[in-house]
Design a protein around this ligand. Sequence first.
Ligand code: HEC
Length: 138
Amino acid sequence: MWKTIGIAAVLVIVFYLIANKSFNSAADSNPGNEAAEVRIQPVAKFELAKAAPAAAAGPKDGATVYNSICGACHNTGAAGAPKAGDKAAWAPRIAQGKDALYKSAIGGKGAMPPKGGAADLSDDEIKGAVDYLVGQAK
Ligand code: HEC
């Protein structure tokens, strides 16, 4: 008997908590709710941080492009990419001349997509990254 009442009491409390919680989150979706604004701040800041480099305009230098795009394959040799700094792998490629390397990086070659997949980068930004990458193997 007491056991049943105890269980009933727990259920009442649990239901109360659930009801109360959904009441709170309904309040949070109110645009004027300060607590909700504080809680979404980190997300808003992150979006700003992401937008900042693009907003800071100007072309990205070779090292920046390399580290954000090309290194995904060329640091590890993923997809059969010639590794940065691997002189033996790079010598025959470098022998083709810079223009051929630029062309491969911009237009894609084998498993490498055009511009390493970063189609929004300018040709000059890609060339800078090629120079940086080739510079590692010298
Ligand atoms: C998805 C992986 C991947 C990414 C990302 C990538 N590459 Fe490559 N890259 C490769 C592979 C694989 C090869 C070898 C292609 C072949 O010879 O078939 C290669 C080859 C090259 C070559 C030699 C081309 C030649 O003609 O011999 C250059 C230069 C190069 N990549 C530059 C870059 C630059 C610059 C970036 C960044 C903008 C980049 N890669 C991003 C996979 C990648």
